[in-house]
Ligand binder design. Structure first.
Ligand code: FAD
Ligand code: SF4
Length: 626
């Protein structure tokens, strides 16, 4: 054991050892406390690394109840659990020091489907792309979209209230969840769905029913007591999610739905064991217009105008991303965007405007109006456009847009794009001014960055390039986050507009303020009184101490990588550049990468898993020699 191992948490505490031994005999899934698995599960798509004590791979829902019930014993009160799906969270959402519960290996099945009524019931570990592949023959799909569709799970999507391209039309994950089954910290299983407020007074049938009513009643009371403050915060904020106290009470229908509270709660309130989802009809007709601009900010200023044409999506990539795409393998798929007649001295940025309809004439009309009123108007910043009608062309454009993070990772040099201000959201009408200020801020630090995003909902993805192996760059992460957080206040925006909070939870207290922070704490207390579920994320259950909430300046991978010797750093450059975005864990059998992961479903046997293990080994080798 070298001197750094204790610091990085590789030792398993006796308490956890005892708990795992007791659990293993009855647990029908796998209990894995091997160092290799813990190292691989210590990272997600973020810059952080937190080695857990063990990882559980449950097979059935009863495994979770069993694990939680055993942890109720007084001796195990300090044991904590954090759920994990695809591990694609860019802010350490699924990382923690206790026990990780990975649903993706076994709890990944479709349980029931009703095509007439348009719903499906799934286990939380089912991957979005897998679900949509099953639904496609029926012309149906689960509408909320994430760029990580081939890795991210429905459980992870619900717990971050995920959304992406097309969310202005289709909304977020919570808008499509009809019911959930959740397991509380003490192992009680509850069904959560919309209920009449009057029914909360009804006769109690059994223990779970009693619990459900007690929780609903307490939350309802809190919501009633703080109605004004809730309304003020949630209606004045654009796209705020997670612990959504506003949406849970539908005053017109007089119904109450705790799923709005759970959506985006990052597993801090309960473990979600089953989800009933509403399905949507796949729009039959789709065309995309890719517009090239000579000025990214000027193109953003057109967002409001573009919205008037009611497209199904407006997605943008800046000139840096376009330049990187032209040098990438994806270049041949998008060559039609760059004819030889283009002026080679101008690097364009691109906005993709998608129209979808259920009939071709309706689509033709929408495109004709758009072409006449926007494209043919006299706009100096438009360089040209390409109208894609063919399915393959359209898919290629969306592949390009989806590849934004991967392309930025191709930037040369030691500094790599880092996610910490990557999903800020402002009302679309404020986008151009906000991005202008943001660029000025990042330019003051002389940082390289590329931008892309969902313009229709004011969401901008930006990952400044930093070398986190150096303290002076690690220090910039909280410094810049603070400045961006303040800038967002000016533009009525939010820091966590799409991906959830994770290690950015330190801003929750300031954001919700004195009026609502205690209410959120009460909610956490009602669901998870001993702070056993993903502790440190979003909100602590009782203690008002800020230290109980994780912070942006958290345990970055670079803290460990900095100890790796110079020679190893040169020899294993590619290993150390793995950004962890899990692109290599694509579920599709048509994708070459990664066969050993597809067969084993074990993340150790993936390029990312191997990279993480090698990195740890290089670190141990380097520090043992010292
Ligand atoms: C390149 C890239 C592109 C992305 N694009 C998008 C995008 O377009 N839109 C978007 O919204 N996000 C996007 N993300 C973020 C991420 O992919 C989403 O948040 C996704 O929904 C996470 O799913 P997951 O299965 O990986 O969840 P994880 O990262 O494993 O977990 C996310 C959170 O959910 C909790 N959780 C997971 N399962 C359960 C459960 N069963 N019960 C309770 N809690 C649970 C975890 O504890 C964690 O807090 C992107 C990320 C990357 C790296
Ligand atoms: S190995 Fe490559 S594809 Fe896989 S997570 Fe790392 S950088 Fe991404």
């Amino acid at each position: 054991m070298n001197k750094h191992n204790a610091q990085f948490g590789t030792i398993i505490l006796p308490l956890y050892k005892k708990y795992l031994e007791m659990l293993e005999s009855k647990f029908s899934g796998e209990v894995d406390s091997s160092l290799a698995t813990r190292i691989v599960m210590a990272t997600d798509s973020s810059m952080y690394e937190v080695i857990p004590q063990a990882v559980l791979f449950p097979r059935f829902r009863k495994d979770i109840s069993l694990a939680f019930k055993l942890a109720q014993r007084t001796e195990f009160k300090s044991i904590t659990f954090t759920a994990r799906g695809g591990g694609t969270g860019p802010n350490g959402q699924s990382l923690n020091t206790g026990i990780i519960i990975d649903t993706s290996r076994y709890m990944n099945k479709m349980l029931d489907i009703n095509l007439e009524e348009g719903w499906v019931e799934v286990e939380p570990g089912m991957v979005l792309g897998q679900l949509n592949l099953c639904l496609k023959p029926h012309d149906l799909f689960f509408a909320p979209y994430v760029s990580t569709e081939n890795q991210a799970t429905i459980g992870g999507m619900f717990n971050t209230d995920a959304c992406g391209k097309g969310s202005r039309i289709y909304g977020r994950t919570s808008d499509h969840v009809l019911a959930t089954e959740v397991i509380l910290h003490d192992g009680t299983k509850l069904k959560i769905q919309s209920v009449d407020v009057a029914s909360i007074q009804e006769k109690i049938i059994n223990r779970a029913h009693l619990k459900s009513k007690a929780i609903t009643g307490k939350v309802l009371q809190l919501v009633e007591e703080h109605k004004a403050a809730i309304k003020d915060k949630f209606t004045s904020t654009y796209r705020l999610t997670g612990y959504n106290l506003q949406n849970i009470h539908d005053e017109i229908a007089n119904t109450f739905n705790l799923n709005y509270l759970l959506a985006g709660s990052e597993g801090t309130l309960a473990f979600v064991s089953k989800l009933k989802l509403r399905l949507s009809k796949i729009p039959k007709y789709r065309e995309v217009i890719a517009i090239k601009y000579n000025d990214f900010i000027a193109s953003l200023a057109d967002t409001d105008e573009l919205l008037k044409f009611k497209p199904s999506a407006i997605e943008a990539i800046d000139a840096t991303v376009v330049r990187l795409a032209k040098q990438d393998v994806i270049a041949h798929k998008i060559s039609n965007l760059f004819p030889k007649t283009d002026n080679e001295n101008i690097e364009p940025s691109i906005i993709f405007v998608e129209f979808t309809e259920h009939s071709q004439p309706a689509l033709d009309t929408a495109i004709a109006v758009f072409t006449k009123q926007y494209l043919k108007s006299d706009k100096k910043h438009i360089l040209g456009f390409y109208h894609a009608t063919n399915k393959d062309e359209i898919n290629n454009f969306w592949d390009l847009r989806k590849k934004g993070v991967g392309l930025l990772a191709n930037l040369p040099g030691d500094a790599q794009p880092v996610a910490f201000i990557e999903d800020t959201v402002v009302p679309p009408e404020n986008l151009a001014a906000y991005v202008q200020d943001l660029c000025t801020l990042l330019d003051e630090y002389k940082l390289t960055y590329g931008m892309f995003g969902h313009l229709d909902v004011g969401c901008l993805h930006v990952r400044p390039a930093l070398n986190l192996n150096h303290q002076n760059h690690r220090r910039l992460v909280p410094e810049i986050t603070d400045k961006v957080y303040k800038l967002l206040k000016k533009y009525n925006g939010i820091l966590w507009g799409e991906h959830g909070k994770g290690f950015r939870s330190e801003y929750v207290k300031d954001y919700f303020g004195e009026a609502l922070w205690p209410v959120l704490q009460n909610i956490k207390q009602i669901f998870d009184p001993y702070n056993k579920l993903n502790p440190g994320k979003i909100i602590p259950s009782s203690d008002n101490n800020k230290k109980n909430v994780v912070a942006v300046a958290g345990p970055m991978r670079g803290i460990k990588t900095q100890f790796i010797s110079k020679t190893y750093k040169q020899d294993f450059l590619d290993i150390l550049r793995c950004n962890g975005n899990a692109a290599c864990m694509d579920f599709r059998i048509t994708q070459t990468i990664c066969p050993s992961f597809k067969v084993t479903q074990n993340r150790i046997h993936s390029p990312k898993g191997r990279a993480m293990l090698l990195r740890h080994w290089l670190y141990v080798e380097s520090t043992n020699k010292k």
